[in-house]
Design a protein around this ligand. Structure first.
Ligand SMILES: Nc1ncnc2c1ncn2[C@@H]1O[C@H](COP(=O)(O)OP(=O)(O)OP(=O)(O)O)[C@@H](O)[C@H]1O
Ligand SMILES: [Mg+2]
Length: 367
């Protein structure tokens, strides 16, 4: 059977949904390693076949875009490489399979950023193109394959204290988020010359079993949005206040020379751990709320034609942050909820499930 036929046939198959609790069961001994390797060798081609098939479902002409072609080539190569790997029979085969997975993960490292650029190009070429469901499918498959592959590699080659595979036990969300927010504040200062302070409140000592990268990614995206909104709304007012000797009392909620804080509150519940990120960045109008969850829609960058554009894009501009954050949360059984008050500010809630609870949540390889 040629590759294309094989891809079409595999793309129709259901990939197995597994729970994070299942992922967290340590597998020891060479037989388990071989068994898990065999399972992955069967599952991963299904994920990649479905992703490749999604590319082929795009409107005619789209796959002629040079960047899309390049991404498709990476997916095809991974599909071929994993599919043609010999049967895993011995421990040595499993080790070689880990090495292969590692190198394939590297190939895919920049695909997300690359897709964001493609999305902008395609929207210019085809203004009415609908990419949200295509990108949801692609990112869901991408995240699932990364979790499964990294979990296998880590369980096999480098067991770390306090971790089972990719899952960290008793992860402190505050610690992870603090590192991320410090970086964002520094980045914002380098762009605007000023940045709001980030304050932590709530159950600061609470912990959860979770994948650290997921917490980092989700918090990072929402803090970037909160910090940018606060700075862009209040910077002109602050500058005006500094330039004049008087200050109209009711325009901002902070002292005239300071930006209002971004507040991060951790709340621990029975089912979820909630991370609430609040800003006074002016909120979103109804029109913005409707578009904000679309891939590639952004209010950033319209006047960024200076040489700092690349640095600014570290903060905003791809229009992927909100939608991808929600996708990350939902993949592991959580969610992202937005409450915005136009003219005032926004509260974003990230709900994380306590994954160590019985039953856990599903990692849906394909939605
Ligand atoms: N906290 C917020 N306050 C006000 N507007 C917001 C907030 N969060 C998001 N938005 C609006 O929603 C848009 C989309 O946000 P999203 O994070 O998806 O993309 P982005 O920040 O523009 O780019 P990037 O993908 O680089 O993060 C933003 O451009 C902004 O207009
Ligand atoms: Mg953003």
């Amino acid at each position: 059977m040629c590759s294309l036929q094989r891809i079409q046939s595999l793309a129709k198959q259901h990939a197995t949904a597994i729970t994070l609790n299942q992922l967290m069961r340590p597998f020891s001994g060479k037989h388990s390693l071989i068994r898990q390797g065999k399972w992955l060798q069967k599952e991963l081609p299904i994920h990649f076949a479905r992703s490749i098939d999604e590319f082929h479902q795009l409107p005619f002409g789209t796959t002629q875009n040079a960047n899309i072609k390049q991404i498709l080539d990476i997916y095809m190569e991974t599909f071929e490489t994993i599919s043609s790997f010999p049967d895993i029979r011995m421990e040595r085969d499993a080790t070689n399979f880990c090495t292969l997975l590692h190198s394939q993960l590297e190939q895919h490292r920049n695909v997300a950023r690359f897709l964001a650029v493609c999305c902008q190009e395609l929207r210019i070429m085809y203004p009415n193109i609908q990419l949200d469901s295509f990108l949801d499918g692609l990112f869901t498959a991408r995240l699932s394959t990364r979790i499964l592959s990294e979990n296998y590699i880590l369980m096999h080659s480098s067991p770390r204290e306090g971790f089972t595979g990719v899952v960290q036990h008793d992860l402190s969300p505050v610690q992870v988020i603090q590192e991320s927010s410090d970086q964002i504040v520094r980045l914002t200062q380098s762009i605007y010359g000023v940045a709001p302070e980030v304050e932590f409140r709530g159950s600061l000592g609470c912990t959860v079993d979770y994948i650290p990268f997921h917490v980092h990614f989700m918090a990072q995206e929402l803090i970037k949005n909160a910090v940018r909104a606060t700075t862009e709304r209040h910077l002109p007012l602050r500058n005006a206040a500094l330039a004049s000797s008087w200050w109209p009392s009711c325009q901002v909620e902070a002292s005239p020379t300071q930006l209002p804080k971004v507040v991060i509150e951790i709340q621990e519940g029975d089912i979820h751990l909630t991370i609430k990120i609040s800003d006074q960045g002016g909120g979103m109008s109804e029109a913005v709320q409707k578009k904000a969850w679309q891939y590639g829609w952004s209010t950033a960058g319209q006047d960024w034609d200076d040489e700092n554009c690349d640095v600014r894009k570290e903060l905003a501009g791809f229009g992927f942050g909100l939608r991808l954050t929600r996708l990350h949360a939902r993949l592991l059984g959580g969610d992202v909820i937005m409450q915005t008050r136009p003219g005032h500010g926004t509260d974003m809630y990230i709900l994380l499930n306590h994954l160590s609870d019985k039953g856990g949540q599903l990692v849906h390889p394909i939605h």
